[in-house]
Design a protein around this ligand. Sequence first.
Ligand code: ZN
Length: 417
Amino acid sequence: MPVTLPQVHCRAKRSIDWLRWLAVGVAAALGVSLVAAPQGAPASADDPLDPCSSQVNYRLPGSNTHRLAATPGTITGLAYSNAESRTVALEVSSSGTWTTVSTAAVAPSPDGSRGWTLVDLAYPPDVAQGSQSMRVTMAPAGVCTQVTSAPFVMAFRKAQYTFNPTMEVTSSGPSMTASTRSNLTLVGSTRAETLGTLQVSDIVVQRSVAGGPWTALPGVGVKAMPTATSSSVFDLRADVPRLSGSTKQKAVSVAYRFASVETPTVATTFSKPLTVGYFNARAVVRAAVVRDCPTTKVYFKKKFPKDRTKAAGYYSWGRNKIVILSPAIDDRMPLEHVQSIAHHECGHRLQETAYKKHSAAVKAAQRVFGTNHSDPLEHWADCIAMVRQPKGYLGYGGKCTAKQLKAAKRTLRGKKL
Ligand SMILES: [Zn+2]
């Protein structure tokens, strides 16, 4: 019996160790940071000879997001057994009955070296949602009796997706302007957290016109997103059609956002909205032209002659006529840029009224506006536009000096340079 007594003694000690494992397990279940470093029993003279000397330390998955019903998962542990081959098991409780759901073998370390073995104890993919009581056991072997941890509880929740759709708005912020005839493309992304192989639901585009209620844009959205098997980022891209029936409207503010479709497993979430200040580009051009060139006729063309394909508009010298390339001003061009084009072409009209002859205007312009690489008449017209719309752009590049802006103002007053 000299061998038996230490066994009893050791079993008592084992139960104390299990209390320590339990402390680790509870800490994990509560979400407390845990590091289950191997914690052998205090060395004692009889341990190296005790075939039942054994221990398991385990850790639970670190966060709730991993405790997902219908998703495989494991409880990872370290175990050793001194002299006997042992089996470590994870058990779940159902109506008071403990059932083994996974096991791991622990090879003996007969020299008493406590050769720790990594054990992965898988919990089943069909655990019930809610709180699940579990425990870890080490099965009896030879003269060693079963060792059992106190139960611990893990919370499981149903598989679900989380959507966080974002809309990449514009470089200038959450709002932009565009012609009512613009075709816009909304882009963004969303992260879908998945468990198992659920299908990611549709994401639609909603809009709110002039602060009104949000309504889905029929047929616009991100359909049939791929099935995901983990947390993934999906690109969102949706083409927004023109505002139907509103092209005569001078201005209307419309907000767009991405929205995930609500289903039993997907909560509705929205991206931050993009607000588009729609304007009637033709009306904007006419209003800009009429200010300084009230007698000039304005036309819109879908195509330009080949020698003017790079222009957004032109002025017919001697005919008091401005022609605007309509696709250019409808191509998501900001309001200020559309105004710049109109003021620029009107500027040519002002050059004509001041100098009558084209050659005389060019000669005068060379002196003041010859600093740019382009035709000085063009830079002159650009600077006239810059006076009228400082937020606009210079179609021919470069920059307008203070002197040139001053000269442009004189032109706007009907004077020569
Ligand atoms: Zn020009």
